[in-house]
Design a protein around this ligand. Structure first.
Ligand code: ADP
Ligand code: MG
Length: 253
């Protein structure tokens, strides 16, 4: 039995004349926190979108635990056990925190809003208990009945993470989970992600904040201009001159 959770094989993606992803091969091992780093425009979000079904690759395939994800719609991929946090949080601003978390749980069970989520929502005490527990876990329980629109940017992103966690995914994909956060919020989020790591959840983190990457990742792939130019442990990547030159413009990591 292979312990590869996600296997991206020879994926190409172009936008018009732009080759956004070029022959991407990436294997994500079970239990790992695997970071994909690279400068702006390198293709990181495009890669994540291919993995979650928001974009279809021109060629190549994405396999998740032996199932081909290529061409499947996002909600189906989500139900197979892949959850993701996007660069811009996807939450319902008019609803409360607890309602957002409950909807995420329902979506992963029953498909994305192919039914009336509110009808069953209030009938399920169990669901509410779990949603409360998840909010407690990420430190937002005290805000559970607040409208989500009132939250700080950092709290919105942590709420989105709670919405992923309640789905108990086998694979969690995070696109710059600390983007736009203060250092304090960033550190709280790193602590939270470390705790998730202890639970053995496999994660892919797309990130350009080096502090976050080196605090969390056990393996790093470096993307530049749509191609993977290096892979290795944080120590190997830190000292790789090719990475420093291509990604950091020679700056010291
Ligand atoms: P990153 O997340 O590493 O900053 P992206 O994956 O967002 O990079 O973008 C990679 C390249 O593809 C960029 O040049 C970007 O402008 C382009 N791109 C991304 N999405 C689209 C799109 N939907 N249509 C056209 N070009 C796109
Ligand atoms: Mg991006």
């Amino acid at each position: 039995m292979s312990d590869i959770v996600l296997d991206v094989s020879d994926v190409n993606k172009t936008f018009g004349g732009l080759q956004a992803l070029s022959h991407i091969n990436l294997k994500i091992e079970k239990g790992r926190t695997h970071a994909v780093i690279g400068p702006n425009g390198a293709g990181k979000s495009t890669l994540l979108n291919v993995c979650v079904g928001r974009l279809t690759p021109d060629t190549g395939s994405v396999m998740f635990k032996g199932t081909n994800l290529t061409g499947r719609p996002p909600h189906e991929i989500n139900q197979l056990g892949v959850a993701r946090v996007f660069q811009t949080p996807e939450i319902f601003l008019d609803l409360t925190l607890i309602q957002n978390v409950e909807i995420a749980a329902l979506a992963s069970r029953d498909g994305s809003f192919s039914f009336n989520p509110f009808k069953s929502m209030f009938a399920e005490k169990e669901l509410t208990d779990e949603a409360e527990h998840t909010l407690e876990d990420i430190g937002l329980y005290h805000l559970k009945d607040e409208h989500t629109g009132n939250l700080s940017r950092g709290d919105k992103r942590r709420l989105e993470l709670a919405m992923c966690l309640i789905q108990h995914p086998s694979l969690l994909l995070l696109d710059e989970p600390t983007a736009g956060m203060s250092r304090h919020d960033t550190n709280r989020t790193i602590d939270l992600l470390k705790r998730i790591k202890e639970r053995g959840m496999t994660k892919v983190i797309i990130e350009h904040d080096m502090h976050v990457v080196f605090s969390l990742a056990d393996w790093i792939s470096v993307l530049a201009q749509g191609a993977i130019i290096a892979e290795g442990t944080p120590e190997e990547i830190r000292g790789n001159p090719k990475v420093q030159e291509a990604y950091l413009g020679g700056a010291h990591v």
